[in-house]
Design a binder for this molecule. Structure first.
Ligand SMILES: *Cc1c(COP(=O)(O)O)cnc(C)c1O
Length: 359
């Protein structure tokens, strides 16, 4: 395989060793003579995979028996609806922070189930910061936020302090650093940003919330259904769960503390260069900058045509996935857990060379 520096926003880079093991499992899983793709999800070998994946999530986040872990299909986009359904109580209202595209979509689905109130929004500033001054009404069932705004490059660096059950879409920064997960009542995350391949979605829910909804929840959207059957109510996405399990092993072996330090170092390297380099400027407020997704634009006064020139320079240096999302423009460097700091250095080198050519 040629060495590509993979800055894709998602599906995204995974640890290299995981690809080796995953490809072996496709050919012959555990020496069974069968591919993982052609065996029963109720086979002893696969049940062990699911059990280990669930146990690893609990171990990595130090969760006790008061939490359930569920793997499902549907992506975080179904999680918007599932979270609202499962957390609805007598108020039939949820409080939401609108910090970007995904938060907006969560609000839309919240309104499907009950009433989704937006308590604060950074929409007027094209979501370039995280609102910090807001009040959460007492008569809501839960508070929902998006911990990392993948598209706009902002991230919560503190867990919000609220007096109602806390719900979080953690799709793009789950396991990116140490976290007190016991502050949360429900966490959900699509696997394909920081945990595995597309196709699996993780739910971490406090047991006391299972089966407590005030509305009638369709069977497949009820987390109780899936937790009672250990994520085997219906056929789980076997391959996606297997690869996620391999990534979770890697996360455990590396340790969240080390992962967090590495992510911090990568983020410092790129943001220092964005701030120093005359050709570029960052888009997010500094204190809210994401350590996962760094968004940046050509600096004021720099000709737009150089956008393509920079992308071409990246391509020539084997740097992939740098084009920004259309709602921000410019560039985005996604630096998920498995991205080595050498890749960030390669990008920084291209930025420096670009500056010496044009500035
Ligand atoms: C990518 C993403 C989603 C959407 O995930 P799907 O699995 O494609 O539904 C939701 N929330 C956040 C924060 C994301 O980054």
């Amino acid at each position: 395989m040629s060495k590509v520096h993979n800055f894709s926003a998602g599906p995204s880079i995974l640890p290299a060793e995981v690809f080796q093991q995953a490809s072996q499992a496709v050919l012959d899983f555990n020496g069974t003579g069968l591919s993982l793709l052609e065996m029963s999800h109720r086979s002893k070998d696969f049940v062990a995979v699911m059990d280990e994946a669930i146990a690893l999530v609990k171990e990595i986040y130090k969760l006790g028996d008061d939490y359930e872990v569920v793997f499902m299909q549907g992506g975080a986009s179904l999680g918007f609806l599932i979270s609202a359904y499962n957390m609805a109580r007598e108020n039939n209202r949820g409080a939401y922070l609108n910090t970007g595209t995904w938060a907006n979509k969560a609000i839309k689905e919240g309104n499907w189930v009950g009433e989704a109130i937006t308590v604060a929004s950074s929409k007027d500033a094209n979501y370039n910061f995280i609102p910090k001054q807001y009040e959460v009404p007492g008569d809501v069932d839960f508070f929902h936020y998006t911990s990392n705004n993948t598209i706009f490059g902002t991230q919560f660096h503190k867990v919000p302090d609220v007096n109602v059950p806390l719900v979080c879409d953690m799709s793009s920064d789950i396991f990116c650093r140490e976290l007190d997960a016991t502050k949360f009542d429900l966490i959900y995350a699509g696997a394909q940003k920081n945990m595995g391949p597309a196709g699996a979605t993780l739910y971490i829910i406090k047991k006391e919330h299972l089966g407590k909804s005030s509305v009638s929840v369709p069977t497949m959207l009820n987390l109780k259904t899936h937790s009672e059957k250990e994520s085997m109510f219906n056929t789980p996405p076997v391959f996606a769960v297997y690869v996620s399990m391999l990534v979770l092993r890697w996360i455990k072996a590396t340790g969240l503390k080390t992962i967090g330090e590495n992510n911090q170092a990568k983020a410092k390297l790129i943001y220092d260069e964005i701030d120093r380099n005359k050709m570029f400027k960052g888009t997010a407020e500094r204190e809210d900058r994401s350590i996962m997704n760094a968004c940046f634009l050509l600096n004021d006064g720099i000709d737009d045509s150089l956008t393509q020139a920079f992308l071409d320079d990246c391509k020539a240096a084997n740097i992939s996935g740098i084009k920004g999302h259309r709602s921000v423009g410019g560039f985005r460097a996604s630096m998920y857990n498995a991205l080595p700091i050498e890749s960030v250095q390669a990008l920084v080198d291209v930025m420096k060379a670009f500056e010496s050519k044009f500035a």
